[in-house]
Design a protein around this ligand. Structure first.
Ligand SMILES: *Cc1c(COP(=O)(O)O)cnc(C)c1O
Length: 410
């Protein structure tokens, strides 16, 4: 068993950018894993199918700018986000790749979106009209690229299949707009039973046929999320939209990862204080943990405001020197207490593995999701911005993103 120190990739050996965070609690992001995962998907999907790296929600909590750059460098063709603000963050970081805003856009965002060369998802005539009106008023050199979203069963956003053909016509005959794509989204691709996904695909295919001979001209068709891309080549079309599994996380327990996909996030912290509990001592709010013997405990500076969810209270564990140390009592907003039974020597400032580092006995992101009664998506997207992201590439710290911004290290 290796010690914590042998695994430390981010301590004082590296120069830390001036005024960047050195908070003990941090998310370490393995950019080599992200690049490797892109290459695995490149090999997995049909050669002519493009890869869209979905970096919404701050790159699923991993840091959108660094993930976007890494994914593009490794061969991703396009990016996707959920909101206009998320896309603008990428543009402001100098990223010029195609970016599709997957979610519906509101009227007040249209001109900002257009001036940032974003591709927009549309599902209603009203949205198309509004984008067209704004585009005309801006007198643009190029038409605004839109993707028509078709609702084949998700009942969330998108036009009904029987409206699609007239909306395609509406977009294609408007010279301020360009139909860059047509897409749908699967509701149950992460379930063992493929029936509903096959039905959605059949509905999508029928809708595409309803466009007739002209089709969607130069536009592309796309449908697959991670789960659909992992399960079959049936859903590849012209592009796949890879979110959760770009980060090395399986979409569900039913749809596993393919060989080689690697999780990119680990969460680490340090021991803030070591102290003794006496029999009868109650720990944390509500005193839900009662010591029944003398035992050592430690305070870890991570809490639910960091995204270390309160549902982990009394159930999760943190890896200390290769030992699973249970969370004692309730997780607080900024602090958590763990028991140190079985750990040999431990001091203030020793490193601990909160999530991701298997060899340090940390739970995986999947473990934390299961314990907290949620899905891994919610765990990673819930890691708060106050947790600095430490980006590693080729074993070296290359950037830190914290509350003051992204600090790149030469
Ligand atoms: C988030 C999202 C994806 C990515 O889904 P994953 O399950 O994370 O791969 C794809 N398409 C749309 C429309 C999305 O909103």
């Amino acid at each position: 068993m290796k010690t914590v120190n042998e695994h430390d990739q981010f301590a004082s050996r590296h120069v830390v950018a001036p005024e960047s965070s050195n908070r003990a609690t941090r998310a370490v992001i393995d950019l080599d894993a992200i690049a490797g995962n892109i290459r695995i998907f490149r090999d997995l999907v049909t050669p002519s199918t493009m890869l869209m790296a979905v970096v919404k929600a701050n790159g699923y909590g991993h840091g959108a700018v660094m993930i976007a750059r890494t994914a593009l460098k490794a061969g991703a063709d396009q990016l996707a986000v959920a909101t206009v603000d998320e896309a603008i963050q990428l543009r402001q970081a100098g990223i010029q790749a195609l970016i599709l805003v997957l979610g519906p856009i509101n009227g007040g965002e249209i001109s900002t979106a257009i001036s940032n060369q974003l591709q927009l998802s549309v599902g209603t005539l009203d949205a198309i009209d509004a984008i067209s009106d704004t585009a005309r008023s801006l007198i643009l050199e190029e038409p605004v690229k839109v993707h028509l979203k078709i609702d084949t069963g998700m009942r969330r956003f998108g036009c009904m299949p029987d409206q699609a053909s007239s909306l395609v016509k509406r977009i294609s005959t408007d010279n301020s707009l360009e139909l860059a794509g047509v897409f749908t989204h699967f509701a149950s691709a992460d379930e063992l039973d493929e029936q509903r996904t096959l039905e959605q695909k059949a509905e999508f295919d029928a809708t595409l046929r309803s466009f007739g001979a002209a089709g969607i001209a130069g536009g592309i068709c796309h449908a697959a999320n991670s789960a659909a891309a992992l399960r079959s080549r049936l859903y590849d079309y012209d592009m796949v939209r890879i979110g959760i599994s770009l980060y090395g996380i399986a979409p569900s327990a039913e749809i596993g990862l393919v060989d080689g996909l690697k999780p990119a996030m680990s969460i680490r912290s340090k021991i803030g204080r070591v102290f003794e509990l006496n029999p009868g001592d109650r720990v944390s709010y509500g005193g839900t943990y009662v010591a029944n013997q003398r035992e050592q405990a430690a305070l870890i500076p991570i809490g639910y405001a960091d995204g270390y969810r309160r549902g982990l209270s009394g159930k999760a564990w943190i890896g200390v020197d290769g030992v699973r140390c249970p969370v004692l009592g309730r997780v607080c907003m900024d602090q958590t207490v763990i028991g140190l039974r079985g750990v040999k020597v431990v001091r203030e400032d020793d490193k601990v593995a909160v999530a991701g580092d298997r060899e340090q006995a940390a739970p995986s992101i999947d473990d934390l999701a299961e314990i907290a009664g949620t899905i891994p998506y919610e765990i990673v997207t819930g890691i708060n911005r106050r947790v600095p992201r430490f980006f590693m590439e080729n074993g070296k710290l290359v950037a830190i993103e914290d509350l003051s911004g992204l600090h790149e290290l030469a």
